[in-house]
Design a protein around this ligand. Structure first.
Ligand code: DGY
Length: 342
């Protein structure tokens, strides 16, 4: 009897054990087991023989890598954002690109709130004070922060995560305003949110959360001009991507105390932070942990694995980010050859 040949998939990282089992059952699966980030060289060596590539947002897949991957049918990203993948190159080659939406919405929205509260109530400063032995009891003027209740929360980008951030505002008695490419009427009804122009969002927000995907349109969209529209008492939170803001200009605005503070989970440099950010007391910094809960990361890995397996069985994946492009490309393939295109 002939042996069934399973599609070949490689992951740039070690998936959680339950997901590993699922992948091993269904695929000829292997992964980077070094415990270190996959290098470009490693990816370059693996890609040409693969049917599917399972990667994280730390792996950059450019046109050159994609062109050399002659058998590749799917790139499955362990993230909702996919700015690490050259989508146009994948589209040209008819390769599915998938992401992991929904399952990380709550965790990411929670982190936005954790940062907002940490900056507004100066929690890390208090923690540093207590640990360093400088705390000697209650004082009427100790670490005075900013009240949330009755203020205005602004959200730039109301996809799933932005909306979940808005939903959490009700409990804190905040007014919600937002700016987005299109209006979201159900969100407006549910959260009593008001759509405002981009500039007005900066002018009116007491707390402004960035929840936009990074793409050509949003890259470097926020700079000194926008930041200087903000109230001096305002706090900026970024849980989306560092590339939304011109970071040097943000640092300048923060250093001159032109705004009251910031909470950042993401940076322009995806491998570390701009040193000058670390010198600022009124800024809370976290290491890109928006989706970092055990439950969420496992759900993300399962979802990505399911997308891989579906595509390699000839089905459409649940979470394609280039569905229209792949469908229209397939429509141009003569019917008798279509089945071969996976
Ligand atoms: C994503 O999935 O894009 C998030 O940034 C991960 O935390």
């Amino acid at each position: 009897m002939s042996e069934i040949i399973k599609p070949k998939v490689w992951a740039s990282f070690d998936p959680p054990p339950a997901v590993l089992e699922y992948l091993n059952e269904n695929l000829d699966f292997s992964y980077n087991a070094t415990g270190q980030l996959a290098t470009r060289r490693m990816i370059e060596e693996q890609l040409p023989g693969l049917d599917g590539f399972f990667l994280t947002l730390r792996d950059f897949v450019d046109a050159e890598l994609i062109e050399a991957a002659s058998d590749l049918k799917i790139i499955a990203n362990l993230a909702v954002g996919y700015d690490n993948i050259d989508l146009a190159a994948a589209n040209r080659r008819g390769i599915w690109v998938t992401n992991t939406p929904d399952v990380l919405t709550a965790a990411s929205a929670d982190l936005a709130w954790a940062l907002l509260l940490a900056v507004a109530r100066r929690i890390p400063e208090g923690d540093r004070m207590v640990r360093s032995g400088q705390y000697s009891g209650w004082r009427h003027d100790l670490l005075l922060g900013t009240e949330l209740s009755g203020k205005t929360l602004g959200i730039w980008g109301v996809g799933r995560i932005g909306q979940a951030i808005g939903q959490r505002a009700t409990g804190f008695n905040l007014r919600v305003i937002y700016s987005n490419r299109s209006r979201k009427e159900s969100f407006e009804r549910e959260c009593r949110a008001r759509w405002v122009e981009f500039d007005e969002l900066f002018r009116r927000s007491d707390f402004l959360v960035l929840a936009m995907p990074l793409n050509e349109e949003t890259h470097n969209r926020i700079g000194k001009t926008e930041l200087e529209l903000m109230k001096p008492s305002a706090i900026l939170i970024n849980i989306a991507r560092g590339g939304l803001i011109r970071e040097d200009e943000l640092i300048e605005v923060l250093r001159s105390k032109r705004i009251a503070g910031a909470g950042l989970d993401v940076y322009v440099d995806t491998t570390g932070i701009h040193k000058k950010l670390g010198d600022l007391e009124h800024v809370v910094l976290t290491p890109h942990i928006g989706s970092a809960t055990r439950e969420t990361r496992e759900r993300m890995a399962f979802l990505a694995a399911r997308n891989l397996i579906d595509v390699l069985r000839g089905l459409e994946p649940e979470n394609a980010v280039n569905r229209d492009e792949i469908r229209s490309l397939r429509a141009t393939i003569p019917a008798p050859l279509r089945a071969l295109a996976v």
